[in-house]
Ligand binder design. Structure first.
Ligand code: MN
Length: 136
């Protein structure tokens, strides 16, 4: 058994992966041969990931606020607490907060045999982001 006390610093999401202010706390980080990791991610209003894809899919579970997500070629979807989103393996997508609300989700990722969890692409432009439906 291994207890990790509440002593691990929150990480700031780097600007080459995210637009806006994003904060990441490790939820699960078991050593190999486990390949599963979970993070609690806080997106401030307007913040979002860049376009990206995951080699072995990703599940996110929204715990607070109002968020947005989109797969390449699809509509922007509004996601709320209790919603769970599965991004399929290699499906290009982004996720983040609504313009006027923060969003918090748990993200569960599995690394592939090369230890890759995510492949980052270009930022979601303001024009792409503004295509989101109104939050009502
Ligand atoms: Mn993702």
């Amino acid at each position: 058994m291994q207890i990790t006390r509440n002593s691990v610093d929150t990480a700031k999401g780097p600007a080459d992966w995210f637009t806006g202010d994003v904060y990441i706390d490790a939820v699960a980080a078991a050593p190999p041969p486990s390949r599963v990791a979970a993070n609690l991610v806080h997106f401030m209003p307007g913040a979002r990931t860049h376009w990206h894809h995951h080699p072995l899919s990703q599940t996110v579970f929204v715990t607070e606020g109002i968020g947005l997500c989109q797969r390449r070629g699809g509509p922007i979807e509004v996601i709320r607490p209790g919603d769970r989103v599965l991004f399929e393996a290699d499906e290009e997508h982004w996720h983040g907060a609504a313009p006027n609300r923060l969003m918090v989700h748990v993200a569960i990722n599995e690394a592939d045999a090369d230890h890759e969890v995510v492949h980052w692409l270009e930022p979601v432009t303001d024009d792409e982001y503004r295509a989101a439906p109104a939050i009502t």
